[in-house]
Design a protein around this ligand. Structure first.
Ligand SMILES: Nc1ncnc2c1ncn2[C@@H]1O[C@H](COP(=O)(O)OP(=O)(O)OP(=O)(O)O)[C@@H](O)[C@H]1O
Length: 238
């Protein structure tokens, strides 16, 4: 279990997380929605221990340090410029105590097609795919993903959807996913949290929220997001 208790974080007097509290369980997948700058990435970095919180706490059961239990996929992978993709994967596989066998993810992300490319010459999409692969290679029980579906075609999105479902239900992981590309993927998410100005302004199970918020133009979570924030998923309209 991951417990956030009144988490606060500021950058140079700019308050980014304003007292966030919640509990996240293993075997569930959580969708984190919010406008640009709402604080979503900062929250994931704090959970991963990459950023220190100013006040409040992030912990597991019995006050355990969760940062060792967490793998974070970054939006951009900038390291190891002069290594090839395959070499980075080999390096990580050697460094990790119990690397996961995730051949299906390797194939799904078409990594074989660019495994001989230097990191500095890979495309943004390929780097993202590599960071997604490394996040799962690490065999951590809590995995935090930042826009994993972006840059994937519909077929790949569906395959990744299946992979993530398997990670949650068969591997009993806790996934927290920032994603604005959720059309047709809603059933992956057990719970939805909507962030605004560093706070959760709404949360609940996907079913509860879809039942609570209806809209004549939008359906599913698009309707929920519009009703709660007055904005379109992925773009402002107010
Ligand atoms: N290292 C940093 N130093 C200073 N300000 C930062 C830093 N990281 C984030 N911020 C600021 O914190 C706020 C929240 O940023 P964050 O990246 O967490 O938002 P987000 O919800 O993930 O946005 P997006 O959807 O655009 O990625 C923004 O105003 C951003 O400029």
């Amino acid at each position: 279990m991951l417990i956030l208790d009144k988490v606060q974080k500021s950058y140079q007097n700019h308050s980014v997380l304003n007292g966030i509290s919640s509990t996240f369980q293993y075997g569930h997948c959580y969708l984190l929605l919010g406008d640009n700058g709402a604080g979503k990435s900062t929250l994931l970095k704090c959970i991963a221990g990459d950023e220190k919180v100013d006040h409040g706490s992030i912990r597991g059961n019995e006050h355990e340090d969760v940062s060792n239990l967490v793998a974070l996929q970054y939006q951009f992978f900038e390291s190891y410029s002069f290594l090839k993709v395959k070499e980075v994967i080999q390096l990580f596989t050697k460094l990790i105590a119990n690397p996961s066998n995730i051949k299906d993810l390797y194939e799904l992300l078409d990594i074989a097609q660019y495994e001989k490319t230097l990191i500095k010459n890979t495309s943004g999409g390929q780097r993202k795919a590599l960071s997604l692969y490394l996040a799962f290679l690490m065999s951590k029980p809590i995995v935090l993903l930042d826009e994993p579906f972006a840059d994937l075609d519909l077929k790949k999105k569906k395959q990744l959807f299946g992979f993530l479902q398997n990670q949650v239900h068969l591997q009993n992981k806790c996934l927290i996913i920032i994603s604005h590309e959720i059309k047709g993927l809603e059933s992956l998410f057990d719970f939805v949290y909507i962030m605004q100005d560093g706070q959760f302004i709404e949360h609940g199970t996907t079913e509860e929220l879809v039942e609570k918020y209806k809209n004549p133009t939008f359906s599913g979570l698009e309707a929920v997001y519009f009703e709660v924030t007055g904005q379109l998923l992925g773009g402002r309209i107010k």
